[in-house]
Design a binder for this molecule. Structure first.
Ligand code: ADP
Ligand code: ZN
Ligand code: ZN
Length: 713
């Protein structure tokens, strides 16, 4: 008897095929089986999907498209046969398929694309012969672990309380713990408990960027490998070779690997016995995928935990405002959030948090980059053999215009947002409502001619600093050494590691860098951290900029004073140079008071109905001309208007993106907003079809994509 089998394959995003194709086979294949199928003249890897398409997940454009495609295959049509089954790999679980289906539907992509992107490329690329050879490779005898072992510390009272709560409740949990409060130790203990309780249990630990946190992997290895063997932990991230990735994926899929440690892609790891998910530094923007299906691995972790009955711990010293809001305790007028908040305010065995010092740049001579106070402090510490971090805020903030005299800024008169300076056509545009005006010749408020984008002018900072400190000598009498770490200086492979090693070895006195240097490193001799130009983030067109700045500064502050045994002449310090030193953000920073900062920000967000009090999506379009890109988006807006009205979804006019032209391609975007996630999802699912249909009338549009829950607008 012949069976009709539905198979997910990776088809181009806009092919109009959702991803599932129907094939014929003599034998029935269980859903989740990996197969090779013919498509045109090619042979593709595919996953056997449930033939009764609509799953428990809510309907989506993707799911509808797929099922209708499957249904539409006329009975008389000659179906092609499945070419082969990939031997030696057990079927992917129903939970895994549902995770993929959900992600595809939520992020408006095809399930085929999401499914295939989540599998290691060698499953696809190895020929049948190569695959057979790969399977024959004898697994090594389980390697005994020969590395170092750890002495396991006794939990502090706070850690013990948090662990008891995690054991007793279902979660999800937001572990709100200061830098150095022992969050990692909590993850290790929670993992230990799960591993010991169930001989099959698996644990997924996600980190923002593995290259920046080699110490974390080492801590997990030395904790668990002595007991569970050298192969109990595998890594999953983009710098693995294809062969390593396949090996690690198979280890997780077969259940052999008990712990998977990875970046955002690991959220799709096939783990049949998953019981605990940890998302470390849950606020980190790198959990959001920025191409293809633009998923948030943090949010999918919550979904996956619920789906599989695994506990989820999100950890951070500066949680995202979304997670903070979701973990709010009940009040007289409001129900508690869905997450359980667990707090660890104290630092373990480390010095106190640094003293925050603010320099009022209004009182400095015009165009000062380094205030004299700060220079003196740096000189003094370097002479004593201490290290300095100088933090530049060069993250791609959209430029906002600023009057250098009266402090006027390019606010939008219609929104609680700042308009963005578009250099190309010299306009000011609101990325929220689209309001556009030419750049004024002079400050509209005081007439000053000196108006310029905020937060610039740090390009030559490293050289400038070297000149200013040329006369300073280190403890050993040698001239001072300054190093710079940023995306440019670390482009070569291994370069970041090499530079960090130099800092650790004490060969560098002053380290200048972007947010890269603020994350996770355990620099032992740093006693002063300086933020030079943080103001751009206070007045940004991006409403998340202050949240990111606060978290960056808190993290950077956490780099100072990590060695409690270091005898200090004066306490560790975090310096902030600002034209707005009394801004509430810096007030909260001075007190190391994240909750105060979060409360103030959430109040503003609520008043302006911004996330988490509303939900957003962006459609981006690229075309040969700006006009073509915008007219596609505006036509899409017209097409969706009636449904949007009905669902109370706001569709804003198209605007050029901040970086409007890349390699002669013009880019535009359009914001969609709604106070109900469900209504927004419903709208997007139906609107997809309009967008697909419009392509033929807008041939100049090269590509378009939807970004659900975008991180920058
Ligand atoms: P976080 O992840 O919150 O920054 P860590 O877990 O890295 O904190 O802990 C900070 C430091 O304190 C580490 O050096 C860790 O080994 C140590 N530490 C954590 N918990 C304890 C404990 N219960 N007793 C002693 N030292 C601890
Ligand atoms: Zn002015
Ligand atoms: Zn506006």
């Amino acid at each position: 008897m012949s069976h009709q089998i539905s198979v997910m394959v990776h088809t181009p995003a806009h092919s109009g095929i959702g991803g599932a194709l129907t094939y014929e086979s003599d034998t029935a294949h269980a859903p989740g089986t990996l197969v090779r199928v013919p498509l045109g003249s090619r042979e593709l890897l595919g996953v056997v999907w449930d033939s009764t398409a609509p799953s428990a997940v809510d309907v989506s454009a993707a799911a509808e498209e797929q099922s209708s495609f499957v249904d539409a295959a006329p009975a008389t049509m000659q179906l092609r046969a499945i070419a082969s089954v990939l031997e030696g790999v057990s079927p992917l679980s129903a939970h895994w398929r549902q995770l993929v289906q959900f992600a595809a539907s939520y992020y408006q992509r095809s399930a085929g694309e999401v499914a295939l992107a989540a599998l290691p490329s060698q499953l696809r690329d190895l020929s049948t012969e190569q695959w057979v050879r790969r399977l024959k490779r004898k697994p090594k005898v389980v390697a005994a672990y020969e590395g170092a072992t750890q002495t396991i510390p006794t939990p502090t009272d706070e850690q013990a309380q948090v662990l008891a709560d995690i054991a007793a409740h279902k979660g999800p949990f937001l572990l709100f713990g200061n830098t150095g409060s022992g969050k990692t130790e909590v993850y290790l203990r929670a993992a230990q408990a799960v591993l010991e309780h169930d001989p099959q249990a698996q644990i997924l630990v996600m980190v923002p960027e593995i290259n920046l946190t080699p110490q974390l992997e080492e801590r997990f290895r030395t904790r668990f490998c002595p007991q569970w063997g050298a192969d109990c932990l595998v890594a999953m991230h983009s710098s693995l070779t294809p062969a390593q990735r396949l090996k690690n994926w198979l280890a997780a899929h077969s259940g052999e690997a008990r712990i998977v440690l990875g970046t955002r892609m690991a959220v799709f790891a096939s783990m049949p016995h998953l019981q605990l998910i940890v998302v470390d530094e849950e606020h980190d923007p790198s959990y959001k995928q920025q191409e293809g299906a633009r998923y948030s691995a943090r949010d999918l972790a919550i979904y996956r935990g619920q789906l599989e009955g695994a506990k989820v711990i999100l950890g951070s010293a500066t949680p995202s405002l979304e997670s903070w809001h979701h973990s709010r305790p009940a009040t007289a007028s409001d129900l508690a959030g869905r997450y359980m908040r667990l707090a660890m305010p104290s630092r373990v065995g480390q010095g106190a948090l640094p003293l925050v010092r603010r320099v009022d740049m209004n009182r400095q001579p015009y165009k000062t980059v380094f205030s004299n106070h700060l220079l003196d402090a740096i000189r003094e510490r370097v002479t004593r053999g201490e290290q300095i971090l100088v933090l530049l805020n060069r993250r791609g903030y959209a430029p906002v215009l600023n009057c250098n005299d009266c402090g006027w800024k390019s606010e939008c008169p219609h929104c609680s947002a700042y308009r963005v300076f578009h250099k190309l056509d010299r306009t000011l545009r609101c990325h929220h409502c689209g309001f556009t005006q030419p750049v004024p010749r002079a400050c509209p408020s005081c007439g000053n001619l000196d108006i310029s984008p905020l937060g610039r002018g740090t390009e030559q900072l490293e050289e400038h600093l070297a000149e200013l400190l040329a006369d300073v000598r280190r403890l050993d009498g040698e001239p001072i050494r300054i190093a710079r770490i940023d995306a440019d200086s670390t482009r070569l492979k291994g370069e970041l590691e090499r530079q960090l090693a130099e800092v650790h070895a004490g060969a560098v006195d002053v380290l200048v860098g972007t947010q890269m240097i603020a994350k996770g490193h355990d620099f032992r001799r740093v006693t002063l951290v300086a933020a030079l130009n943080p103001d751009g983030a206070l007045f940004s067109s991006d409403f998340r900029a202050p949240e990111r700045l606060f978290s960056l500064l808190m993290q950077a502050a956490g780099r100072a004073g990590r060695d409690a045994n270091m005898r200090l002449v004066s306490p560790c310090e975090m310096w902030v140079q600002s034209f707005h030193p009394m801004h509430p953000l810096f007030e909260a920073l001075k007190q190391h008071d994240y909750p105060a900062f979060a409360e103030q920000q959430l109040k503003e967000r609520e008043q302006a109905t911004l996330p988490p009090f509303s939900f957003q999506a962006l459609v981006r379009a690229e075309a040969r001309s700006q006009e073509a890109a915008q007219s596609f988006l505006n036509a899409a807006r017209d097409a969706g208007a009636a449904l949007a009205d009905e669902l109370l979804v706001d569709l804003y006019p198209a605007v050029p993106m901040t970086i409007q032209r890349v390699a002669n391609i013009e880019r535009a975007q359009m914001l969609i907003e709604c106070t109900s996630r469900k209504a927004l999802q419903h709208f997007l699912a139906h609107w997809q079809a309009d967008l697909h249909a419009m392509r033929s009338a807008h041939r100049q549009v090269i590509r378009w994509a939807v970004d659900v829950d975008p991180l920058a607008i």
